[in-house]
Design a protein around this ligand. Sequence first.
Ligand SMILES: Cc1ncc(C[n+]2csc(CCOP(=O)(O)OP(=O)(O)O)c2C)c(N)n1
Length: 555
Amino acid sequence: MGHQCYTHKILSGRRDDFALLRKFKGISGFPKREESPYDCFNTGHSSTSISAALGIAEGRDLLGEDYTVLAVIGDGALTGGMAYEALNNASKMKKNFIIILNDNEMSIAKNVGGMSTYLNGIRSHKGYTRFKENLASSLGKIPVVGDRIVERLKNTKNSIKQLLVPGMLFENMGLTYLGPVDGHNLHALEQVIHEAKRIDHAVLVHVVTKKGKGYVPAEQNPSVFHGVGPFDIATGKSKQENGKKSYTDIFAESLIKEGKEDSKIVAITAAMPDGTGLTKFEKAFPKRFFDVGIAEAHAVTSAAGLASAGLKPVFAVYSSFLQRAYDQIVHDVCLQKLPVVFAIDRAGLVGADGETHQGIFDISYLRSIPNMTVMAPKNARELTEMLHFALQFQGPIAIRYPRGTAYQGFSEKQEPIEYGKAEILIEEQTGKIALLALGSMVSTGEHIVEKMVKKGVNLSLVNARFAKPIDTEMLDKLSEKGYRKILTLEEGVRSGGFGEAVLSYMETHHKEVAVENITLPDAYVEHGDVSTLRKMLKIDSDSIIEGLEEKGFFK
Ligand SMILES: Cc1ncc(C[n+]2csc(CCOP(=O)(O)OP(=O)(O)O)c2C)c(N)n1
């Protein structure tokens, strides 16, 4: 996914830009074509490198050009289905094509699954070490991964190779396997890559590394240091923790409570046990927890399987990563109306990770699927109650909540969750304008109401709760009560979003009511801290007020 590209960035002329790494208008944390001619492909989501590199290599050959194409993939990324699709196709290559497998035994957390076990086996393969020694002595050579070893191996019978050479899985697929080689030994690395470049088809170089190598706090806490904000170099302690509970914390605690009451609840993560908060669930109920690797598509279909077997699966996943499993949601979950709960974390703007990780499409991509229900809580307490509601619900259901500190406002005001029903939070009897806010935008709506009261304008505030279905009864009621303007607010793209659905309903049924939509634009949103991005995109309360005043909305 390219997040280990910092060395590459330093070596390709961006060393001085690191002060602004992942900051607004600074360099990205991922390879980016727009940033440098040395970044040949944008990345951010896992397991894409072999596919992209194969396309580049095929393109090179069709255009009659001549350069080396090399893909780097982590052992974590190798748990993703796309990587296997790509390996399957790599075996057809008739020209040199190099895959470097960076195996540090870690995804963000400890890597999982059969491939990981297989790689583990290779690392401790005694036969290979002996073979190398024998080969070296018999040939009078001493290299680590021997110079010209490949040519000698070519002439070795497969059955003998099986005993002596690790990586036969790759060999049997038609790829040449080289390694394992110590990735922290530069000389060995140079040698093996030199050897790999001489091969006239696909070759996989198995490089063994240690995550965090060279910095003790990172070596000791590789999961934490996978992606960190500012930290104290001497101690390795984060400078950012504010001690407040995040939505992730609230979700994790609530799910454990639910899990104690109902043994049918099971939790699934696609290689994000820490990020989604499920590590706590795993500790409490190890048998009811599944880390499937970076395999969102598999996670969704296996959740459908679990649901059809009578369990209550909760797939906790980041909004942008769930994009990977769209067909599985459509075809395996929603078509069969299976009760799978999607706990969609990092929904909305995420900040430093930028374009590839902003969770701004989920409302649109889920709203369009039949049988899907989509909710968004206004605050911490509502997340807990929505989770409880979702676990009783007989069908596919999603709860989207943002990254970061959970909002505590309106905690005392809480009507029970009812299917498809919104909740009035502030009702101004004299008002003719209602704000209809979804999830994270309820607090923004609250700020708008407070600021406008000071300007002598009274507004009502409705917590939408459901992005699908929208509460049409509430919309009818607002119209009957004499409201003539509705402002929808959501942290997602306009197209296919919540606001568009409200607009479409009102245009058909209540032409007398004008609807304005506050949404994100039809654009990828760059990296930067969330409050800066909100200002840039004009979805913070001040910008919204300014924009609406210009349009005369409050008159
Ligand atoms: C589709 C997708 N799901 C989840 C993630 C989150 N993620 C980022 S890095 C990572 C682990 C990658 O492990 P590996 O490929 O071994 O690389 P390493 O960091 O160990 O070098 C995960 C799960 C992602 N980027 N993309």
